[in-house]
Design a protein around this ligand. Structure first.
Ligand code: BG6
Ligand code: MG
Length: 218
């Protein structure tokens, strides 16, 4: 039985992946190397510090910690400029409808995001009132694929992992859900998200009743 739905934020509920990409690309280019959309796939769902390490590896750079902190801050400042202008038009197709449907059907709703900017995004897009619990990058000590963020979400909702469904667009997030002992829904392409229990192109293609049917078959 499904008692709770736990949603990733970036790339599942809102279209912020493009801003992360632009901000990282600007940083890479300022350091003198190119950064492609394909490179960017490796950063999805990964924490800010881990993302910077991957980016520097792509550019073949090794830098002292202090300089890395400055670069991570520089990227974040650019990203914050972009998300400051966000509004509800950047909620992904079907996301709001699905959140409403969950609530109508008595399913609890939590956020499980790696981002330290989650509250700004939820407030600017008007999504905050749809959540019973919010776990973001300011609450966690271990990043996805560690299951911590989703286990904390389930705990806050007082629901056992076996009654939880996780919605994720990142491979690391699907792995985190599996390690938490939760059913996972991949949002995106089946090639990258093949470890998920089911995959849909967006939340627009899913209803709570069809989710319940898939959940019942496992
Ligand atoms: C995740 C994004 O949700 O949050 C990653 O998919 C990002 O791309 C991570 O690096 C951390 O976000 P922030 O806003 O704390 O830098
Ligand atoms: Mg994501």
């Amino acid at each position: 039985e499904i008692k709770a739905c736990l949603f990733d934020l970036d790339g599942v509920l809102v279209d912020t992946a493009k801003y992360h990409y632009i901000a990282w690309k600007e940083l890479a280019e300022s350091l003198g190397f190119p950064f492609t959309e394909r490179d960017n796939e490796r950063l999805k769902g990964v924490s800010r510090v881990a993302s910077l390490n991957i980016l520097l590896e792509i550019g073949g750079l090794t830098l002292p910690e202090e300089e890395k902190t400055q670069l991570a801050d520089r990227k974040n400042n650019r990203y914050v400029e972009y998300i400051a202008k966000m509004d509800s038009s950047e909620i992904l197709p079907g996301a709001l409808e699905f959140l409403k449907e969950c609530r109508e059907q008595g399913i609890k709703v939590a956020l499980g995001s790696a981002s330290k900017n989650a509250m700004t995004i939820l407030n600017n897009t008007g999504l905050t009132p749809y959540f019973d619990a919010i776990i973001d990058g300011t609450h966690t000590s271990a990043a996805k694929p560690d299951p911590e963020v989703f286990l904390l979400g389930a705990q806050a909702l007082e629901v056992l992992p076996e009654h939880c469904v996780v919605f994720e667009d990142a491979e690391a997030g699907i792995e985190a859900a599996t390690r938490a002992g939760m059913f996972s829904v991949g949002i995106g392409s089946p090639e990258t998200l093949n470890a998920a229990n089911i995959v849909v192109p967006s939340l627009q293609q899913l209803s709570v009743s069809s989710l319940r049917e898939s959940f019942a078959t496992i």
